[in-house]
Write a protein of this length. Structure first.
Length: 366
């Protein structure tokens, strides 16, 4: 043996040493809660949602084996993560100051505030439309349209003196001008009022004025009606203190639940009556049946629900309350190497716009 080693060294070759196989990566226990659309939910036996797909991409990129562990709520997932029963808790978990002092979080991947959804008054659609129709900006736009058409009508009157000559029409000068104005304002009949090239040019300009003004009118009315329905869903609800005495449904253990409980603890009278919301989709039957007066949750969840509902009976009376970052929760027992790999992958997906695309896809998923 010594001779063989000496021969190897004399030939300039290093002796071959046996190496141990690399240790296998432990399977991560990843907690996820149901009923938190569009972040995480179970449908036909499979987990879906923005947070679930985001974690799957992280795990695929970093080759992290894992198993999904269902949890009752975000609060139970956070507690299990702190105890070390879970390695990671995924979802749109808000990084509140209270949680930050006791929980280890990943790099934040988005920011969201809280919203309050209530029933709409049946008269609000009509009143919003009426307010949009009599708004000063809309009236100024209509006046500008009428002035432009009047100027173009005067132009047609002048250039057609040697053409159709409206001053000599049998209907009279006033009715002739009124006919030109009507044709330019509405469209039909242009072949009866102009025959010259310059006259047709003015008719074409009137056409452009019509289509541009019509587009502006439709956009203005639509935006103002939608904005009015969102902002004036409940005129009496201007802040959270106005929820005093009302029945408000929240998911247990969420930031919304914690916020309303703290508000009640300050001596709010009468106190807010908290009702249990197991799944965000239960907001529709609860509000529709009158079992609750309002539902409070993350803006992203309420916007998702409003987008999915086939009717427009609800709206957000309050939104963007206490905007905070959202992230995944990490167990203190998770190694720094694995935590860094998760954060690096998460940062890469944010930079490449994947997080934004996943959110948009989740919001549009029916």
């Amino acid at each position: 043996m010594l001779g063989a080693l000496a021969l190897a060294f004399s030939l300039g070759a290093a002796p071959v040493m046996a190496t141990a196989p690399p240790p296998q990566t432990a399977v991560l226990r990843v907690g996820v809660a149901d009923g938190a659309q569009p972040c995480s939910y179970r449908e036909r036996g499979s987990w879906s949602g923005m947070a679930v797909e985001l974690w799957q991409r992280i795990a695929d990129q970093e080759r992290l084996p894992y198993v999904l562990v269902p949890g009752d709520s975000a609060a139970s997932l956070l507690e299990a993560t702190r105890r070390g029963d879970l390695d990671v808790a995924i979802g749109c978990i808000t990084v509140s100051p209270e949680r930050l002092s006791t929980t280890r979080f990943s790099l934040p991947f988005q920011e969201s505030g809280l919203g309050v959804m209530t029933r709409r008054n049946q008269l609000e659609l009509g009143t919003s439309l009426l307010r949009a129709l009599v708004a000063p900006d809309l009236i100024r736009l209509l006046l500008a349209y009428l002035v432009l058409i009047s100027l173009l009508s005067l132009g047609v009157w002048q250039v057609e003196r040697n053409g159709s000559n409206p001053a000599r029409w049998e209907v009279g000068r006033r009715r002739a001008f009124a006919l030109i104005f009507q044709v330019l304002a509405t469209g039909p009949g242009t072949n009866t009022v102009v025959v010259s090239a310059r006259g047709h040019t003015l008719v074409f300009l009137a056409y452009l004025v019509r289509i541009v003004t019509a587009s502006l009118l439709v956009s203005y009315v639509t935006l103002n009606v939608v904005r009015g329905n969102q902002e004036l869903t409940n005129r009496n609800l201007r802040n959270l203190q106005d929820l005093a005495g009302q029945r408000v449904a929240v998911r247990p253990g969420t930031v919304s639940d914690e916020l309303l409980r703290r508000l009640n603890a300050t001596g709010l009278e009468p106190p807010i009556q908290l009702q249990t919301l197991e799944r965000i989709t239960q907001a529709d039957p609860l509000l529709g049946s009158g079992a609750v007066d309002a539902v409070m949750a993350d803006d992203i969840q309420l916007d998702y629900l409003l987008h999915q509902l086939p009717h427009k009976r609800y709206g957000l009376a309050l939104r963007q309350l206490n905007p905070q970052s959202q992230a995944f929760a990490l167990s203190p027992a998770l190694s720094d190497n694995q935590a860094n790999r998760i954060n690096v992958a998460l940062g890469r997906l944010k930079r490449d716009g994947v997080v934004t695309r996943l959110r948009q896809q989740a919001m549009n998923k029916s």
